[in-house]
Design a protein around this ligand. Structure first.
Ligand code: MSP
Length: 502
């Protein structure tokens, strides 16, 4: 059995999550669910990033102690993910003792290995980015290129990490691992940053104390990114359960947004090398969900909460839209028109229509008992192609293509029914063959949509009379034509996706 360890970034608890955060989490969840379907041993990790100046200030603005604030905010992420049917295996908070222990061990190891030294730092710091900028990276007037705000001058005694010593090792590592960062342009972005020259970086702060203490110097706390990245190894037992750690590391899949490439594709692999472990095997970079052309963010004008959307459209349609309409790697504009159009076209008119017409006609022509599929149906060949394409697409990290392919099978089955018109024919073997094959397609579709729409999958499964759960099926075996046994009670229910009028 292979292992599949997938992570999302851990989110800052500055505010409750928005749909931009949900985009990463839903994609990771769908990938995790796909890998469970193919029988992999999956570990899916998400969580919250709770230290640093940004979070400390958010707490201060609310008149709260930082921990009081993060204790309030972190559960809102967990709740939002439960509301989107996210099945993570662990939820890490960087304020947990297990994480403090791992950070202190990881960084002590780097220190023992000689890659940390003390110096005075003076620089321009952007609190929303939680990083220093060099003067030549700034916009005219000294503004942050991301947030377009003036930066704060900080001067303090810091510990530094010798990132500069890892330029050549990183170049060599990327040469030996060509598929480590996808898509390719993002790999090139990371590499050109490395080749442009790496400076040592400051990794501790004395001006704030909201962080993990440096074990060998109590006056310092670790810089938030240096603490946060380590969450990925904390959760699999770094420094606490070596056997478990060795089982899961380094073959991890980090799913991240494009603005944090430098941290994950330059700093993090260098930190791993310095600590004497392998760098993460895969980083998949995705684009941004945009609202009115801008990145959806925490500012009140362009944030939408996941709950607002699921109340309006339902959980599975929101998941489906995020996966189907914004290919991993590209930016995508979010709009009510876009989600409604996708809902009507794919869910109401295609999948919902197929389920309702098949269950209705089985009711009227077969006394509600589903017939067995036709082994020679033309749809058997389509289904085999679709299974192969869908598998290849998930493997390539392209959920939108996986779903597009699955919908081809739905579409072809609807077309086949329109040609055969079993609703007009006399009951008998010909009608049974057509309906049995359509039921078999519904069985296959229920399995293939598990990653995107878990409860829809269960409902289709139940209505066509199958017992057990589609998520418990195992591909490729469950994808072989002919699995629907026939002779099952088929239920005609309310439309799964009533057509929207907007
Ligand atoms: N705390 C750091 C990550 C540390 S990981 C060791 C951080 N947090 S964040 O709250 O700002 O979330 C960043 C991630 O949220 C992005 O990388 C991306 O995965 C997701 N997104 C936030 N806004 C987004 C969009 N508008 N669109 C798509 N994803 C977005 O950075």
């Amino acid at each position: 059995m292979s292992r599949y360890f997938i992570t999302t970034p851990i989110y800052y608890v500055k505010d409750a999550p928005h749909v931009g955060h949900a985009y990463s989490t839903v994609n990771a969840d769908a990938l995790a669910r796909w890998h469970r379907l193919v029988g992999d041993d999956v570990f899916f990790l998400t969580g919250t990033d709770e230290h640093g100046q940004k979070v400390a200030r958010a707490a201060e603005e609310q008149g709260m102690a930082p921990l009081e604030w993060t204790d309030q905010l972190s559960p809102r992420f967990a709740e939002a993910w439960a509301g989107l049917d996210i099945a993570n295996d662990d939820f890490i908070r960087t304020t947990e003792p297990r994480h403090r222990v791992a950070v202190q061990q990881f960084l002590s190891r780097i220190n023992d290995n000689g890659y940390i030294y003390k110096d005075t730092y003076r620089g321009l710091y952007c609190v929303p980015c939680e990083r220093y900028y060099a003067a030549d990276e700034l916009l005219p007037g000294g503004f942050c290129p991301d947030h377009r705000i003036p930066l704060e001058e900080l001067e303090e005694e810091n510990y530094f990490f010798k990132l500069s010593e890892f330029q050549q090792p990183l170049i060599d590592w990327y040469a030996a691992h060509p598929g480590a960062v996808v898509p390719e342009p993002k790999r090139n972005e990371a590499l050109s940053f490395i080749k442009g020259g790496l400076h040592d970086i400051s990794i501790t702060r004395t001006s704030i104390d909201w962080g993990v203490r440096v074990p060998w110097d109590d006056a310092h706390v670790f810089y938030v990114w240096y603490d946060a990245l380590i969450n990925y190894v904390t959760a699999i037992g770094y420094g606490q359960d070596q056997e478990r750690f060795d089982e899961w590391w380094p073959s991890v899949h980090h799913l991240i947004g494009k603005e944090i490439i430098r941290f994950h594709c330059v700093w993090w692999p260098a930190m791993c090398m310095a600590a004497g472990i392998d760098p993460p095997a895969h980083v998949q970079v995705h684009g941004w969900l945009l609202l009115g052309g801008d990145k959806m963010s925490n500012s009140s004008v362009n944030r939408i909460s996941p709950a607002e959307l699921t109340e309006e459209y339902g959980v599975d349609p929101v998941r489906y839209h995020l996966l189907r309409d914004v290919p991993l790697g590209s930016d995508g504009e979010f709009s009510a028109e876009g989600i409604s159009a996708r809902y009507n076209a794919d869910l109401a008119n295609n999948l919902g229509n197929l389920l309702s017409r098949v269950t209705t006609v089985v009711g009227s022509k077969c006394d509600g008992v589903g017939p067995a599929p036709d082994p020679d149906s033309r749809l058997a060949g389509v289904a085999a192609d679709v299974l192969a394409e869908t598998t290849a697409a998930w493997d390539a990290g392209a959920p939108h293509l996986a779903l597009e392919s699955t919908w081809r099978l739905i579409h072809e089955t609807n077309a086949e029914l329109e040609t055969a018109e079993p609703w007009k024919a006399e009951p008998g073997p010909a009608v049974d063959a057509v309906l049995g094959s359509a039921l078999e397609v519904l069985r296959l579709v229920a399995v293939l949509v598990v990653p995107a729409m878990p409860s829809t999958a269960r409902e289709i499964w139940r209505r066509i009379g199958l017992s057990g759960a589609p998520a418990d099926q195992r591909l490729p075996a469950a994808g072989v034509w002919g699995g629907y046994p026939g002779g099952l009670a088929v239920e005609k229910g309310a439309p799964l996706f009533p057509r929207r009028k907007d």
